[in-house]
Design a binder for this molecule. Structure first.
Ligand code: HEC
Ligand code: HEC
Length: 418
């Protein structure tokens, strides 16, 4: 258990002194200001047209020093999160599916704070587990392990961690495999407050103790001041920053994306999705047809649920029949970067994409949650009877959805020096 800090943090002091000095320095009776080292004032960049609590609050040089002691961040030269350059096929239809609420649009300072929070092991009771521990960038922001270890020794999560790329395009906006969190914001602090994941459950003081701990970390009051205009740390502010950062994780640069961008045609009814994609092998294009085309065109219509071009799950998708009699309608993360995963489905039961394809081929089980698209005309689970060549093609296509630039994008790297 952490003890509650009583004295104001070093940063707060610095801010108070700085502000006080500003007010009184015009009075002639005071001695001249001592020269300050380094940059005098750091101003948060303003984001035109976006008034989401982003302040232009100046930070003192000492606040900046406290941040840079822990973090490799250039606050005057931020990465761009608010306005990513997206390919043409991330068009108006894609934007319409975006679950970003109007009152929490992405700003560069907000997402930068989210990046700090996401990678901070100090947000766990043991200082050993960050969001990024279970959502690893090189794995597409999931865990290579089937189930994840948190702060509790010997206890793992009961579900497989989820890839986070393109979460903004799951239109219902609900999060977790079973959709129990209403939004990205609502989800964001749950792992921190979970007894086994990051440890700040009620018996460890809950959100109050988390915030008290954050107030003792020199960089947080300064960063919250910089983003929100005051140094107050609240659960809502933590949620908003994390959500901004997570929604900025847009994956749009896979080999399929760069090829499809060249044949994308908004004039065509299917926008060119049925056309061969340049740069893919014959096998990959075969798998692409199987994945995207409807049965009457010789495909298996995987894409009617896992929707191109984001490969986020469509909002109307029901279950995929993993277990007999299943009543829970699970969601799927976007299939961008599914090819670098090591475990698949909500419980991580499959260890390869070949096993996934075998499931759809002949393993779908009946139950109240099963989607009609996976049923035959007789109302029973469909058997696809795919040949080995077709199965291999489907797997090869799913691997073209790997976005290597996203998996190594410095905007999503760990900013901590210590
Ligand atoms: C100990 C491992 C672990 C840690 C730490 C962890 N997560 Fe997760 N995350 C998971 C697992 C497991 C799931 C799926 C859980 C479920 O659905 O029941 C998940 C699901 C999610 C989802 C849902 C994605 C979707 O498409 O529905 C989001 C978002 C997410 N985590 C964000 C975070 C954030 C933010 C943090 C840090 C505050 C975090 N996670 C910390 C393991 C972890
Ligand atoms: C009816 C909608 C639907 C259709 C059609 C569908 N899927 Fe899925 N898919 C889902 C759902 C829902 C899940 C998540 C299920 C779970 O984990 O409980 C899923 C999960 C997956 C996963 C694992 C994702 C992960 O992150 O672990 C892969 C891979 C996948 N599907 C591929 C396919 C392929 C290939 C096809 C076509 C043969 C297909 N899907 C057809 C709904 C669908």
């Amino acid at each position: 258990m952490q003890s509650r800090p009583t004295a104001p943090s070093r940063i707060l002091m610095a801010l108070v002194i700085f502000a006080t000095h500003h007010v009184v320095s015009a009075q002639p009776a005071r001695p001249p200001a001592p020269p300050r080292p380094g940059p005098l004032v750091l101003t948060a960049p303003t984001v035109p047209g976006v008034a989401t609590g982003v302040s232009a609050a100046p930070l003192s040089a000492s606040a900046h020093a406290s941040i840079s002691e822990y973090l490799a961040l250039d606050l005057n030269n931020l990465f761009s999160y608010a306005r990513p350059s997206l390919p043409v096929h991330y068009d108006a239809a894609v934007t319409r599916a975006d679950n970003t609420p109007p009152d929490n649009r992405i700003t560069d300072p907000g997402a930068t704070l989210g990046r700090v929070l996401f990678n901070d092991k100090r947000l766990s009771t043991t200082n050993t587990v960050a969001c990024a521990s279970c959502h690893q960038q090189a794995s597409g922001f999931t865990d290579p392990a089937r189930l994840s270890a948190g702060v509790a020794p010997g206890i793992t999560t009961t579900a497989h961690s989820m890839r986070l790329g393109n979460i903004s395009y799951y239109n219902p906006g609900s999060m977790f495999w079973d959709k129990r969190a209403a939004s990205v914001e609502q989800q964001a602090t749950q792992p921190i407050l979970n007894a086994n994941e990051m440890g700040f459950d009620a018996s460890h003081g809950g959100i109050t103790m988390l915030i008290a701990k954050m107030q003792t970390l020199p960089y947080y009051p300064a960063l919250f001041q910089w983003v929100y205009g005051t140094p107050a740390i609240t659960e809502a502010r933590i949620q908003r920053a994390l959500a901004q950062y997570e929604r900025s994780m847009i994956s749009a640069g896979s080999r399929w994306d760069s090829g499809y961008a060249t044949v994308y045609n908004p004039q065509l009814p299917d926008k060119g999705l049925s056309l061969d994609v340049p740069g893919l092998t014959a096998q990959e294009n075969h798998g692409r047809r199987l994945f995207l085309l409807p049965p009457q065109q010789g495909g298996e219509a995987c894409g009617s649920c896992h929707r191109p071009p984001t490969f986020a799950l469509g909002g109307n998708a029901r279950g995929n029949g993993l277990d007999v009699g299943e009543t829970t309608v699970f969601k799927s993360p976007s299939l961008k970067n599914v090819g670098v995963g090591k475990a698949f489905m909500h419980d991580g039961r499959f260890a390869s994409l070949e096993q996934v394809v075998d499931h759809y081929d002949h393993g779908v089980k009946d139950g109240p949650a099963l989607d009609n698209r996976l049923k035959g005309r007789n109302g029973l689970p469909r058997i696809l009877n795919l040949t080995p060549v077709e199965k291999a093609a489907l797997v090869a296509f799913m691997k073209t959805l790997t976005d290597t630039a996203f998996l190594a994008d410095p905007r999503f790297s760990d900013p901590f020096k210590k």
